[in-house]
Write a protein that binds this ligand. Sequence first.
Ligand code: HEC
Length: 337
Amino acid sequence: MMTKTKASAQILKSVAAAGAVLVSVTLVQPVQAASAPEIPRIDWSFDGPTGQFDRAQLQRGFQIYQNVCSGCHGLSRLSWRNLVQPGGPEFPEEAVKELAKGWPNKIIDGPNDAGEMFEREALLSDPILGPYRNEKAARAAQNGAYPPDLSLIARARNPEFHGSVFAHGPHMLRDILTGYQAGGPNYLHALLTGYTDVPSYIREENGHLKPVGPEGAEGKTVEQCASVTHGENGKPDVCNPLADGMNYNAAFPGHQIAMPAILADGSVDYPKDANGVALVPTTVDQYARDVSAFLAWAADPHLNQRKATGWQALLFLLVTTVLLYLGKKRIWSRIDH
Ligand code: HEC
């Protein structure tokens, strides 16, 4: 049997090992962060322990998906009926049935009596399909790039932490306490609004590339770099120009993305009030917010219900705690001290 001191030495050793792993993980972080840009946090209706999805926003978000994104991306882990269910966009069932029926990307079903597969219109129970049958077909049509299925993309992406190593712990704690889970939608919003011109740099005498500031670059040679690889050991920086067929995006890791800037101000009509004025702005920023919220819902369709149930469970536990405490006092009060 292990003695007490041996056991505590063992525990100390494991704690030290865990500590070492933690330190190395946190120290490695800033090095990786160099490739992934900082993503601002924006306010969402579904933030925090009580936040809920805004139905009107989810409806607009689906509209953006339908009018713009579905040209290249599928949403195949979502079925049409999900658009009707509580906690989501909650479109009327008949409207969704019609939409599914008219969806250009048909369902392949079968085999029929002749043993052949056939195409048919989508039903409420069918997945929301993108335009491509498989990854190869998608890549062939998209110049080699693959537009991923967007069903879970809001969960599959999360921005990296950019602060100092020592701030990492407190930030993590704050995020846990505030129920922060909007990393994915924040990234999506930054991605969709992140298309800008390729940044210009001027080369300093020591070989470093410096972004051209507001003072301009008069008389100096300007280099357009999608990203810059810093030269180590005194070597000059390397300018990575934008490759053919790629687009510059400030939020995308590496800054070169095959997806073009597809959103433009005013390109999608939004619901209007009685005077014909759009109820929300028809800007790229608003479109990006709405479609990102919609994709956050797609990846976590039970959020509203889960949070409501969570509070009920907490209330229940609170009442139980009080009852147990009172019961305990009563039972033990009979024993003389
Ligand atoms: C013209 C086709 C096209 C349209 C329309 C389009 N995309 Fe894409 N999208 C792509 C391609 C191609 C990629 C793969 C990019 C790459 O790997 O460089 C991509 C990648 C993405 C990614 C993954 C980025 C990452 O971090 O890996 C997201 C998210 C995305 N698109 C969202 C959207 C949304 C939201 C819309 C609608 C507002 C949309 N896309 C419309 C072609 C398109």
